[in-house]
Design a protein around this ligand. Structure first.
Ligand code: BGP
Length: 457
């Protein structure tokens, strides 16, 4: 029996745009996702857009009971910025009523909510002014954050600012998977910097409004492993870690952007515009905890013909195809559970054993109806194995002293996934798209319930 620490969080995560539905209703304004689907629906898997998603907007009361049913003691979702402040300035009362009631129902089931503020859902009114490219976004986000803390701070004690900020930077400004889908390394760095500052100013607002709560940030961790011990490959690993991990992690925990990253960016003429007072505000506004989403590692090698100055991160670290990799064929992501142990040790040794939790881990599988038994239950043993393997390594890290306080899966009920629509399913509950969004428990939900109840397995 592997028993986890007392009060360990067993839960799941989702986000507002992926689960609420009612995307153009109840006073919500458009986000970049609504706009992109309207203008380029063909980009989305089977034309599945953001409008309906899992309809938690109407079904949350029953869904909160479902959380309890599978033993979750905690749950993360986000608030939709465009729903709460449709024009960025004025509060939508209908949104306040919805979120308050939703959060009250989560609490009534004895589940601890962790509420996030931004999960890739940039309001269109702000995108029209440049989105994260513009410094205005920092103030706009800080205002939104303050408003949310004031409106819901009496109910919610655990908050996070951003989910996976590296993703909207990479996908929006380097690889085309998020709107505005442009390729411009310099803009990507500026967007990254404004996101860092938006985070920091939100933390500052939090300390003023809610001195007793906890605030953190959710980062996607893709620990870099180099092809070899050769110096050039090791340099590639160092660059990858600086850009994809330490950028936000150091800022959030240590209150500063690593000097090596500042120099790397400067050397490639990518330095963003900053304000003189920024450094001070960073230093004063570190977080209380970190959430780390772990899905896959990053295998790197020295780039063969890097351009100078770099036009793309691949000029700083090139992808390496590790011959021994194990792949989730549906998502194309490497499965490498041991990285969770390495991350646990990194948090212990390089971040002074800072409190952290696994804020997402999971396995997306296509056409899961293949695995439905006669009673209509999906027999997703592959998902149980995936979680077990990761938990084994997490347990080892905790045994060796890493300060990890929870494990959240992605996700609770199958949800909409950006350009992939409903292709890959991750949930403990299956969502029936053509049957009024009915939810059906999968085998993994039953397994997780036992784990949560026993605080181990
Ligand atoms: C994380 C995101 C989630 C979710 C998950 C699964 O990076 O925080 O929003 O989507 O990945 O990935 P995907 O949906 O792309 O398969």
């Amino acid at each position: 029996m592997k028993t986890f620490p007392k009060n360990f969080l067993w839960g799941s995560a989702t986000s507002a745009p992926q689960s609420e539905g009612h995307s153009s209703q109840n006073g919500k304004s458009a986000t970049t996702w609504d706009y992109w689907f309207q203008t380029n629906p063909e980009k989305f898997h089977e034309n599945q857009g953001p409008e309906n998603t899992s309809n938690i907007y109407e079904m949350y009361k029953k869904d909160c009971q479902r959380m309890k049913e599978i033993g979750l003691n905690s749950f993360r979702t986000s608030i939709s910025w465009a729903r709460l402040l449709p024009d960025g300035k004025h509060v939508n009362q209908e949104a306040v009523t919805f979120y308050r009631d939703y959060f009250e129902h989560i609490l009534a089931e004895g589940v601890q909510p962790i509420i996030n503020l931004f999960h890739f859902d940039m309001p269109m009114w702000l995108m029209e002014k440049g989105g994260w490219e513009s410094r205005e976004s920092v103030d706009a986000f800080a205002f939104y954050a303050r408003t949310a803390f004031e409106l819901f701070g009496d109910l919610i004690d655990q908050w996070t600012t951003f989910n996976e900020p590296i993703v909207h930077i990479e996908c929006g400004y380097l690889n085309g998977a998020h709107y505005p889908a442009i390729h411009d390394f310099k803009k990507a760095v500026q967007v990254g910097y404004h996101t860092l500052m938006a985070h920091v100013y939100a933390v500052q607002a939090f300390r003023e409004v809610k001195p007793k709560g906890n605030i953190g940030i959710i980062l996607n961790i893709t620990p870099a492993y180099a092809r070899s011990a050769e110096q050039a490959d090791q340099k590639a690993k160092e660059n990858a870690d600086l850009l994809t991990m330490k950028s936000f992690l150091d800022l959030a925990v240590k209150g500063a952007i690593p000097e090596a990253l500042v120099q790397l960016i400067k050397g490639h003429e990518l330095t963003p515009e900053t304000n003189p007072s920024d450094k001070e505000v960073m230093k004063e506004n570190t977080v209380d905890f970190i959430g780390l989403n772990y899905y896959q590692p990053l295998r790197v090698q020295a780039p063969e013909n890097p351009r100078f100055p770099a036009q793309d991160p691949e000029d700083l670290y090139a992808p390496y195809d590790w011959p021994e990799k194990r792949i989730n064929p549906y998502r194309g992501w490497e499965i490498y559970p041991k990285a969770i142990y390495d991350v646990a040790m990194m948090m212990k040794n390089e971040y002074d054993n800072f409190p952290w939790y696994v804020s997402e881990n999971g396995m997306g599988v296509a056409n899961e109806e293949r695995f439905m038994d006669e009673q209509g239950m999906i027999q997703d043993d592959y998902r149980i194995d995936f979680m077990k393997e990761h938990l084994d390594y997490l347990y080892q890290g905790i045994q060796e002293g890493s300060n990890c306080f929870g494990y959240h899966t992605w996700t609770f009920i199958d949800c909409w996934s950006w350009l992939n629509g409903y292709r890959n399913r991750y949930g403990f509950y299956r969502l029936e798209l053509d049957n009024n969004f009915e939810r059906h428990l999968k085998k993994s939900g039953l397994w997780y319930k036992e784990v949560a109840q026993n605080n181990g397995y």
